[in-house]
Design a protein around this ligand. Structure first.
Ligand code: G6P
Length: 604
C-alpha cells in the first residue's frame, strides 16, 4: 500500500527518491510521484502507472536538495495523474505526500476550505490547502495546526518553498520513520526504502511530528511537547532486496523457506526437556495453567496461518482455540476475557485492521501476544511481547515464506504451552525431532519443482478451481486457493471437503479442476471418497498428499515427505505455492505485484 520517501541533504534528492520509490514498489501501488525544491521553484512530477514510467518521463533538469516521493494505492479517487501524490496548494508552494485516510476531508472541503480550488479528488489535497491557509506560521506550526483539524489516519511528509531546508513529517496510524545520515536525513514509511543509505532509524509514534534538516532532526507531539528519540538499527539487509538470480521475489522467497524455517527454529528447541523455548513470551507456567481460551487474529494469509496455528494449539494444549479475521473481530464488540490469550499475526506488523484489533483488546483490559515478521513494526511494539518470525523481509505481495514460518512459530508456541499442560516428554520429543527435520523436507519438496510446474499448466488453462481439505487440510486449501487467485487471477475457492456436496458439487465438471489435500491421517478414507465423488462428475483432480498410498483415478499427485500429523499443514502447503506460481507464470502475470493488491494494508 502507499509508500513515502523523502530526502534533505547535500546530494541531489531525485535519484534518492526514485530509488526509494522502486524499493517501495512491493507494497503495491497504482501511481507515483515526486516533488523537489530547486532554485526557488517547487517542481512536481507525478503520473499514473509504474515507477519505471515515472523515471522514464522525468524532465531532464529535475533536481533539488530537498524532496519527497510517494507511491499511491488508490482509495479516494481513481489512479490518475491528477490524483497521484504529491499534492500542492493553490500557490504551488507546499507539497504533501500522505499515507492513510483523512476521514473528514469532505467536511473540510465544504467548510474551512470552501474557497480553495481543488485539482484532485483526493483527501490528501485537503492537507496541502489547510497548511497553506496559515502563511504567517513556520511550516511545522502550520502543519501542526492543520493536523489538529483533521480526523483519520496519516503518515505525511511536507515541503515548503519558503523554507526549502527542511521536511516536516507526522504520524498518526500510518508508519513513518526517520533515516539518520551524516549531513543528510531521510524519511520513509518503510525502512526498505532507505536500505542503500542508512540503517539508523527513528520510528515516530502516533501523534508525533518531526522536522528534518540536513544537519539534524527534532521530534515533538501534536501538542508541541518535545520528545526524546534515539536512533536504532533497522533490521534490513541489502541482499533481501536482490532477486539473487531468481526471476522474481516470489520464487526467491519460496526457495528461502528451508532457511527461513531454520531461523524460526534457531535456539528455540530444547531437546533435553522436549519443549520449545520462546524468549519473547512473558507467560509464567502458572499463567499458562490459568488459560481458558486462545483467540488468534490476522488478515489474509496471516488469518489462514492463524487457523492452522489455533488448530495446532488446541490439539497440543487442549485449550479451546480459534482464529478470526481481525476486521470482523474489532467491529463486533467482542467480549474480552481475562483468561483468554489473544494472539495477533502480522507479517508487516502494519496491517491497519490487525493493529486496531490489538488496540481494542488492550483498551478492554486484555493482553495480546504478537506473531510478527518485521521487528520494530507497530503491531510488534503495540503487543510488547511475542514471537518474531526472523524470516527476513518478504518483498513479493503474496505471502509464502512468512505463511510457513508463522505456522512453524505456532508449532513452537503450541509445544511450549502443551508441555506445561497436556503433552508428555515422549510426545514433546516426537515434535522436536519432527520440527528439526522440516528445513530438509521443505528443500526436498522444492527440488521437485519441475513436476509441480508441469501440473500447473493444466491449472492455468482453467478459469475456476476448487481447493478442498478436512480440518488441517482445509486450512492448507484456504491458503492454496488464496495464492492461486491472488497471482494468477484464476477464480479459486476453498471448501471443507465434506461441504462439497452441500453446494459446490453442482459446478464440478470437466473444466473445473479440484485440488484435494490428503494428509496421511485418520481421514484418509474420507478424503479418498471425496476424490471419487469429484471423479464421478468428470472433475479433474490434483492430489497433494504425504500418504504412500496412491490415490486412484487422479490427474496428478504432488507428494510431500511424511511428518508428524500436527505439522502436516506446513509441508502440504509448499507445493500449492509452486502450483500457483507456475500457473501465474504460464499466464504471464506480474507475479510480485498482482493487480489491486498491496503488501501492507495500512488503511481500513
Ligand atoms: C495483504 C497482503 C497479504 C497479507 C495480508 C496481511 O492483504 O497482500 O499477503 O497476508 O495483507 O498482512 P500482514 O502484514 O498483516 O501479515
Amino acid at each position: 500500500m502507499c509508500g513515502i520517501v523523502g530526502y534533505v541533504g547535500g546530494k541531489d534528492a531525485v535519484p534518492v527518491l526514485f530509488e526509494g520509490l522502486q524499493r517501495l514498489e512491493y507494497r503495491g501501488y497504482d501511481s507515483a510521484g515526486v516533488a523537489v525544491i530547486t532554485r526557488g521553484d517547487l517542481k512536481v512530477h507525478k503520473r499514473a502507472g509504474r515507477v519505471d514510467g515515472l523515471i522514464a518521463t522525468a524532465p531532464k533538469r529535475l533536481r533539488g536538495s530537498v524532496g519527497i516521493g510517494h507511491t499511491r494505492w488508490a482509495t479516494h479517487g481513481k489512479p490518475t495523474d491528477a490524483n497521484a501524490h504529491p499534492h500542492v496548494d493553490s500557490a504551488h508552494a507546499i507539497a504533501v505526500v500522505h499515507n492513510g485516510i483523512i476521514e473528514n476531508a469532505l467536511e473540510l472541503r465544504a467548510t474551512v476550505l470552501a474557497d480553495a480550488v481543488f485539482t484532485s479528488e483526493t483527501d490528501t489535497e485537503v492537507l496541502a490547502h489547510l497548511i497553506a491557509a496559515q502563511p504567517e506560521k513556520e511550516l511545522e506550526e502550520a502543519v501542526r495546526a492543520a493536523l489538529l483539524l483533521v480526523e483519520g489516519a496519516y503518515g505525511i511528509a511536507v515541503i515548503d518553498l519558503r523554507q526549502p531546508d527542511r521536511i516536516v513529517v507526522a504520524r498518526n496510524g500510518s508508519p513513518v520513520l526517520l533515516g539518520i545520515g551524516k549531513g543528510e536525513h531521510f524519511v520513509a514509511s518503510d525502512a526498505s526504502a532507505l536500505v542503500r543509505h542508512t540503517d539508523q532509524v527513528v520510528y515516530l509514534d502516533d501523534r508525533e511530528m518531526a522536522v528534518l534538516e540536513a544537519d539534524g532532526f527534532r521530534t515533538f507531539t501534536l501538542d508541541a511537547e518535545p520528545t526524546e528519540k534515539r536512533p536504532t538499527t533497522a533490521p534490513v539487509s541489502k541482499t533481501a532486496y536482490d532477486k539473487a538470480g531468481h526471476a522474481d521475489y516470489m520464487h526467491k522467497e519460496i526457495h528461502e523457506q528451508p532457511v527461513a524455517v531454520e531461523r524460526a527454529l534457531s535456539g528455540r528447541l530444547n531437546r533435553r526437556f522436549a519443549t520449545a523455548h520462546l524468549g519473547g513470551i512473558e507467560l509464567t507456567p502458572r499463567d499458562v495453567l490459568a488459560l481458558r481460551r486462545i483467540k488468534v487474529l490476522g488478515c489474509g494469509s496471516a488469518f489462514y496461518a492463524g487457523l492452522a496455528g489455533a488448530c495446532l494449539i488446541e490439539s497440543l494444549t487442549r485449550i479451546p482455540a480459534d482464529a478470526e479475521t481481525a476486521s470482523e473481530f474489532r467491529y463486533r464488540n467482542p467480549v474480552i476475557e481475562p483468561a483468554t490469550l489473544y494472539i495477533a499475526i502480522s507479517q508487516s506488523g502494519e496491517t491497519f485492521d490487525t493493529l486496531a484489533a490489538v488496540q481494542e483488546i488492550k483498551r478492554k483490559g486484555g493482553s495480546v501476544l504478537g506473531v510478527v515478521n518485521t521487528p520494530g513494526s507497530t503491531v510488534a511494539r503495540e503487543c510488547g511481547s511475542g514471537i518474531y518470525l526472523h524470516a527476513g523481509p518478504e518483498v513479493s505481495v503474496t505471502s509464502t515464506k512468512t505463511f510457513t514460518s508463522t505456522v512453524v512459530a505456532f508449532a513452537l508456541l503450541a509445544l511450549h504451552l502443551g508441555r506445561i499442560r497436556d503433552v508428555g516428554p515422549a510426545d514433546g520429543g516426537r515434535l522436536v525431532r519432527a520440527l528439526e527435520a522440516l528445513p530438509g523436507q521443505i528443500a526436498e519438496i522444492l527440488a521437485g519443482e519441475d513436476a509441480i510446474a508441469e501440473t500447473a499448466k493444466s491449472l492455468a488453462a482453467a478459469s475456476s478451481a476448487f481447493y478442498v481439505g478436512r480440518v488441517r487440510g482445509y486450512h492448507v486449501a484456504l491458503e492454496g486457493a488464496q495464492k492461486l487467485k491472488e497471482i494468477s487471477y484464476i477464480h479459486a475457492e476453498a471448501y471443507p471437503a465434506a461441504e462439497l456436496k452441500h453446494g459446490p458439487l453442482a459446478l464440478v465438471s470437466e473444466s473445473i479442476p479440484t485440488v484435494v489435500i490428503v494428509p496421511d491421517d485418520h481421514m484418509l478414507d474420507k478424503n479418498m471418497a471425496t476424490v471419487a465423488e469429484i471423479r464421478a462428475r468428470s472433475g479433474p483432480v490434483v492430489v497433494v498428499t504425504n500418504s504412500p498410498l496412491s490415490v486412484p483415478g487422479v490427474d496428478a499427485t504432488l507428494s510431500v515427505p511424511t511428518t508428524e500429523p500436527e505439522l502436516q499443514p506446513i509441508l502440504l502447503g509448499i507445493p500449492l505455492q509452486l502450483l500457483a506460481y507456475h500457473a501465474a507464470l504460464a499466464l504471464g502475470r506480474d507475479i510480485d505485484k498482482p493487480r489491486n493488491l498491496a503488501k501492507s494494508v495500512t488503511v481500513e
